[in-house]
Design a protein around this ligand. Structure first.
Ligand code: NAD
Length: 317
């Protein structure tokens, strides 16, 4: 990836998209940021507003309202566009409407000549990432969803508080569907160099499985809590997108529980996009790290896989 002009196109300048854009400006993760939205009045206003903050940032980022022709030489296309659930609408109907939204976005990005990496945040993110893969015809390594990246960040934060350790030294992951069937494979969780399950055995008065169950439940229901309190969630996911963009531009080989297309891991077929630790670099999703799951954990993963596969097959692209 040519690194002298790091260009990102953001499609969908709603709350999530603009939280990413704001984080991107403050962290100076790219040199050029193009804003595209169906609501072009809003996208233009957002570009103006961000540009007025440039003087207070350490960035000389070029930010402008654009169109799909601007994707031709972009490195990354971040998709945060979507429609909100209507009252009385079920998840599947929402999924079908968001598939329609993506049908009006992805082919236009591709026909611009875009040859970069798609990064999808729109929900249900695992399925929308697979839709992007199908619509684009791109190599699967170049189509990434945010998956359970944010859930993993929430988990590490809560575990850091529980074990009184910097969350960056909690190596624990949320995997599977970004949604109700996601789970924490505790057999794989490490507190720095100590397996979390060993800590429970060693200090039974201090650390308990019930507490860990409560923490994983809090992670799973965090979005519902936030939505109940303030309508929607956006800062955390915006920063997660920003972090992945940085890992791509810096060719970091960093690990994220992104939504990636399986490549035969866990003996499962290669078609489903699902949250699993994956090494991300300038080529996109480089290597998928297969975990040594217990039988029970594997069943949970397969359950997520089946839900995602069935949901995908229930829509029309
Ligand atoms: P929002 O309604 O604020 O913004 C959506 C934007 O998409 C709007 O500006 C809208 O005009 C635009 N849009 C709709 N159709 C379009 C089209 N055809 N072409 C271009 N733009 C189009 O919504 P939001 O709060 O920003 O959420 C965006 C998505 O992110 C939702 O699907 C939400 O569920 C998802 N989300 C994901 C996570 C995660 O962890 N992956 C977390 C929070 C939210």
């Amino acid at each position: 990836m040519a690194n002298n002009n790091r260009k990102v196109v953001l499609i969908g300048t709603g709350m999530v998209g603009m939280s990413f854009a704001y984080a991107a400006l403050n962290q100076s993760v790219c040199d050029e940021l193009v804003l595209i939205d169906l609501n072009d009045v809003r996208a233009k206003g957002e570009a103006m507003d961000l540009n007025h903050g440039l003087a207070f940032s350490n960035s000389s980022m070029k930010i402008y309202f654009g169109d799909y022709s601007d994707c031709s030489n972009a490195n990354i296309a971040v998709i945060c566009a979507g429609v909100a659930q209507k009252p009385g609408e079920n998840r599947l109907e929402l999924l079908q409407r968001n598939t329609k939204v993506f049908s009006s976005i992805v082919p236009r990005v591709v026909s611009s000549g875009f040859d970069g990496i798609f990064l999808v945040a729109t929900n249900p993110v695992d399925i929308m990432t697979r839709v992007t893969y199908e619509l684009s015809g791109f190599n699967a390594a170049k189509v990434i969803g945010t998956g359970t990246t944010l859930d993993t960040a929430r988990l590490r934060y809560l575990l850091g508080q529980y074990f009184e350790i910097d969350p960056r030294h909690m190596h624990a992951y949320v995997i599977g569907e970004h949604g109700d069937s996601e789970f924490v494979p505790w057999s794989q969780a490490m507190m720095a160099v100590n397996p979390v399950l060993d800590m429970l055995e060693k200090y039974p008065d201090r650390y308990k499985m019930d507490d860990l169950d409560r923490i994983s439940n809090d992670v799973r229901t965090a979005a519902y809590e936030i939505i109940k309190a303030k309508g929607s969630t956006y800062y955390g996911i915006g920063m997660a997108v920003c972090r992945i963009v940085r890992a791509i531009f810096n060719n970091e080989n960093s690990v994220f529980t992104a939504s990636v297309r399986l490549r035969g891991e866990y003996g499962l077929r290669n078609e489903v996009f699902i949250g699993n630790p994956c090494i991300i670099n300038s080529g996109g999703a480089n290597r998928i790290l297969e975990l040594s799951l217990t039988d029970e954990e594997l069943e949970k993963f397969k359950n997520s896989y089946t839900i995602l596969n069935e949901s995908f097959h229930s829509i029309q692209i």
